[in-house]
Design a protein around this ligand. Structure first.
Ligand SMILES: Nc1nc2c(ncn2[C@@H]2O[C@H](COP(=O)(O)OP(=O)(O)OP(=O)(O)O)[C@@H](O)[C@H]2O)c(=O)[nH]1
Ligand SMILES: [Mg+2]
Length: 373
């Protein structure tokens, strides 16, 4: 860059000298008001420079620096000139404008049907269905609509969602040996409450001979919680304090149709504690282990728990506390990702009323509308 200092009685004169010597591309680098020989006459000292193809950014930088240094006195007019120069330089860049025009051209207006699919996708995502599944659902709706030529009604959309939710019933056959079912899951998700609900329904509605085992000797009051329920509902309940207790209890329960094992709630992040549960249960042949999950938790946390609890070989899922949730997409996200069937949903604390056998159509409607039907 060529730099030169100019002295002139006025700024206008200084600028005209600069223009003459350095040309139109000159940039003002600094200006000062000097009092000549201590007298009142003011002389302007202007330092200007010129550089070929000076980038606009550099000009901005030099102005910024001056403002930061507080050296902007007497600068207003120069700044105006510089700004004009910047606008002029940027106006000289037609490529950018052409690009913007091209971008505008590619934004095609959506057709009414595309608008409708975009709205459906937005409803799915708002209901916490993850983007991958939302896109899969939209694709399936599109494909099926092409085949059946039907409008995309709520029922139709729900039926597509339903096809992605694995569910399975809970069956108990009266055989010579009892069916043994254990409920596992993170802390406080509602395992014990589920055991109580299922045990009472099995006893009252299905006339089954039910036994309860608690291996939760860790949490204060856990045994009393199940014991009180067992006494009130006249269901036999025993506690396994150690691994060796379970085979003995099972001998006592040999004539039962159904035995529920209530396990201690543990964090999925504590692998050692999950292995302890596995060890305690190793003394009995378990027919079905069900993972209990709280619907109010995020998809990420639920999938993490579901993955880590796999060490306990569960084959189905129960989603609890639906009554405390406002969106239900995580049920689909988790069941689909983990690829295990949903067996029950619970929607309240009342034993045994607040439990529903999982039905994929019901869950799909619940997810899509956010409402219990
Ligand atoms: N709102 C609501 N509360 C529930 C539901 N299921 C269980 N609860 C409540 O959740 C709390 C914990 O339930 P528990 O059954 O003790 O949970 P848990 O998984 O056995 O807990 P830990 O054994 O300590 O891990 C209790 O207050 C239950 O009444 C449900 O579906 N809805
Ligand atoms: Mg419990």
């Amino acid at each position: 860059m060529k730099i030169k200092k100019f002295l002139a009685p006025s700024l206008k004169e200084a600028l005209s000298q600069i223009k003459k010597e350095l040309g139109d591309d000159a940039v003002i680098l600094s200006t000062k008001n000097l009092k000549q020989n201590g007298q009142a006459t003011i002389v302007f000292e202007v330092v200007a420079g010129v550089e070929e193809d000076l980038p606009v950014a550099k000009i901005n930088k030099s102005i910024k620096k001056k403002i930061e240094l507080g050296d902007e006195s007497g600068f207003d007019s120069e700044l105006k000139i510089l700004r004009q120069k910047i606008y002029y330089d940027s106006a000289k860049q037609p490529k950018i404008e052409i690009k913007l025009q091209e971008q505008k051209k590619t934004e095609k207006p959506k057709s009414p049907i595309e608008e409708q699919f975009a709205e459906i996708k937005s409803i799915l995502v708002q209901n916490d269905i993850n983007t991958r599944l939302a896109e899969k659902i939209i694709l399936q709706i599109k494909n099926q609509l092409n085949l059946v030529k039907k409008p995309a009604t709520k029922d139709f959309i729900s039926s597509v969602i339903s096809s992605l939710i694995p569910t399975e019933g809970f069956e108990v056959k009266k055989t010579s040996a009892p069916k043994v079912v254990s409920l596992v899951g993170p802390t406080g998700v509602g395992k014990t409450t589920c055991v109580a609900k299922l045990a009472l329904i099995s006893k009252i509605l299905h006339k089954l001979n039910v036994g309860l085992i608690s291996i939760d000797t860790y949490r204060l009051g856990a045994i009393d919680q199940l014991k009180t329920f067992a006494e009130l509902s006249e269901i036999e309940m025993l506690v396994a304090y150690k691994e060796a207790d379970i085979p003995k209890i099972m001998k006592r329960f040999a004539k039962k149709d159904l035995v529920f094992i209530d396990t201690v709630g543990r964090s999925q992040n504590n692998a050692a504690q999950l292995n302890e549960i596995k060890q305690t249960l190793s003394g009995v042949k378990i027919d079905e282990t069900i993972l209990v999950l709280n619907t109010t938790s995020s998809t990420k946390n639920l999938i993490d728990a579901a993955k880590k609890f796999k060490v306990l070989n569960y084959s189905g899922l129960i989603f609890t506390k639906l009554d405390e949730s406002v969106v239900f997409g995580n049920i689909l996200n988790v069941a689909n990702e983990i690829n295990k069937p949903v067996k029950f949903l619970t929607n309240g604390q009342v034993i045994p009323d607040d439990i529903i056998a999982a039905d994929s159509d019901y869950i799909a409607k619940l997810i899509y509308t956010g409402k219990f039907s």
